[in-house]
Design a protein around this ligand. Sequence first.
Ligand code: SF4
Ligand code: SF4
Length: 93
Amino acid sequence: MSEDLAKPGWKQIPIAGVPFKKATEYHTGDWRTFKPVIDQSKCTKCLTCWIFCPDDSIVWDGNTVQVDYRYCKGCGICAEMCPVKAITMVKEE
Ligand code: SF4
Ligand code: SF4
C-alpha cells in the first residue's frame, strides 16, 4: 500500500462541522477564540445581531438579548453589525 493510501480518509476524521451532521448535534462553540459580550446598558434590543448571526446563536430570553456560547463560533459579525456597538469581542481565556 502506498503512503497516501495509508492516511486516514474523510470517514476517519473526527466530526467538526461536517455538513451532513446538524450543528445542534455538537457544540461548534468549542472552536471559538474570541467571544461576543453584549453590553446590556447599550443594547436597544433591535435584534440586528440575530438577523446576521450565521449560527443562530443570538437568543432572546424574554427580557434581554443573549449569546448561546454552546454554538457561537466567535466570527464577530454580530459585533460588526450592531448599530450601537453594544457587542465587544473578547479573547477567550
Ligand atoms: S444588534 Fe446590538 S443593539 Fe441590537 S439587539 Fe443586538 S446587541 Fe442589542
Ligand atoms: S460571534 Fe458570530 S456566531 Fe457568535 S453570536 Fe456573533 S455572529 Fe453569531
